[in-house]
Design a protein around this ligand. Structure first.
Ligand SMILES: NC(=O)c1ccc[n+]([C@@H]2O[C@H](COP(=O)([O-])OP(=O)(O)OC[C@H]3O[C@@H](n4cnc5c(N)ncnc54)[C@H](O)[C@@H]3O)[C@@H](O)[C@H]2O)c1
Length: 341
């Protein structure tokens, strides 16, 4: 009987007890798990070199790491975004690369809506007003600045896929004008979201009062929000980012917030994670910051564990995973689902 080695390179769960119990029932599987998120590349390579199936959360799988894999048939990303994996190098090495696109889409959309509302209603600024009022036993609302009714404002959604689409549906009851910028939506997707038209990024930058970002991070979207974009936005505009930190130039955003080019920001994701203590957004009172918690819920946590186990079991049975990223691999394996090594 073929022996399989399954390796988890890094994980966000507190422990993998459930997975350990599952693999105990599979005599032909050896299971190893590590926390190699930021370990030296050599250590990562040493741990994964002879693995058949690899599950990765945040560890970086570049061409060198992927080229070192002697037996890997299936690499599974624990999550939606996969900017830590060099997809063409997976394909070049005959490795099928799977991800979990349906995981936590609702949770991230809820987080974006929470940040939109928190920034729009200045919830966190009001805590200081409350403390001050308690200390002095008199209300002083001046530090709140202007607060505008959200009803009637314009919401820009940049990227309307699984998460942005959900935000669009959730926010459609708030009485806001919604402008979607997503050049890749087809007519069916637009129809499903009830969109008569979509808009260019420039149009959204100029007209929206609140902009929420839901694109992947790739060469096209890296620093899509930089100084020239902030200069085009309205002075009271709010930027919300729950996608990937690299879509926004942090230094430029901090400058825009400090110099009043825009009014506020709600940020869940950072260029470097966790961000360093001197990350400039920490010095911006008009930035509402959360700790990359968009994905977080008990329900999403179990959803992804079950789905990854399903993908592993499918691979053991010679079947494809539920969602392959590098679909072009199908044409390269001579009709087989996985490479033979
Ligand atoms: N904060 C979190 O915890 C968390 C959790 C999961 C995912 N995410 C991130 O959320 C983002 C969106 O995920 P998703 O599942 O909705 O992805 P998706 O692929 O379903 O949707 C992305 C959309 O962006 C559009 N797009 C691509 N390039 C664009 C561009 N240049 N301008 C405008 N639109 C563009 C695509 O056409 C697509 O419709 C990803 O960056 C992902 O990494 C964050």
């Amino acid at each position: 009987m073929k022996q399989w080695k399954v390796v988890v390179t890094d994980y966000i769960e507190n422990a993998l007890d459930w997975e350990i119990e599952q693999f105990k029932t599979m005599e032909n599987v050896t299971f190893e798990h590590y926390q190699l998120k930021q370990s030296p590349k050599a250590e990562l390579i040493e741990k994964v070199r002879d693995a058949d199936i690899i599950v990765v959360n945040m560890a970086a799988f570049d061409a060198e790491v992927l080229g070192s894999l002697e037996k890997c048939k299936l690499l599974i990303r624990h999550g939606i975004g996969y900017d830590n994996v060099e997809v063409p190098a997976c394909t070049a090495n005959g490795i099928r690369f799977a991800y979990q696109p349906d995981y936590c889409a609702t949770e991230v959309a809820e987080t974006a809506v929470a940040l939109i509302m928190a920034c729009g209603r200045k919830l966190f600024a009001s805590l200081e007003v409350l403390k001050d009022a308690s200390a002095n036993q008199i209300w002083n609302f001046a530090p709140m600045g202007e607060v505008h009714r959200m009803f009637g404002q314009t919401l820009g959604i940049v990227g309307a896929g699984r998460i942005g689409g959900r935000v669009c549906r959730m926010m459609s009851n708030f009485g806001m004008r919604i402008m979607v910028c997503d050049p890749y939506l087809d007519e069916r997707q637009k129809g499903a979201l009830g969109l008569a038209q979509t808009y260019s990024l420039d149009e959204v930058l100029k007209e929206a009062d609140i902009i929420t970002i839901h694109t992947p991070l790739n060469d096209e979207t890296r620093y899509m929000f930089d100084e020239p974009q902030f200069r085009q936005m309205k002075p009271q505009a709010i930027l919300v980012n729950t996608s990937r930190g690299g879509v926004v130039n942090t230094a430029a955003l901090a400058k825009a917030l400090k110099e009043g080019w825009i009014g506020g920001a709600g940020i869940d994701v950072y260029e470097k994670e966790p961000p360093p203590l001197d990350m400039p957004l920490f010095d911006c009172p008009n930035a509402t910051l959360s700790a990359h918690i968009g994905w977080m819920s008990v329900e999403a946590g179990w959803h992804i564990r079950y789905k990854i186990m399903d993908d592993i079991k499918a691979c053991l049975a010679g079947q494809p995973p539920a969602n392959t990223v590098n679909k072009e691999i199908d044409g390269l394996l001579g009709g087989k689902v996985y490479r033979e090594v």
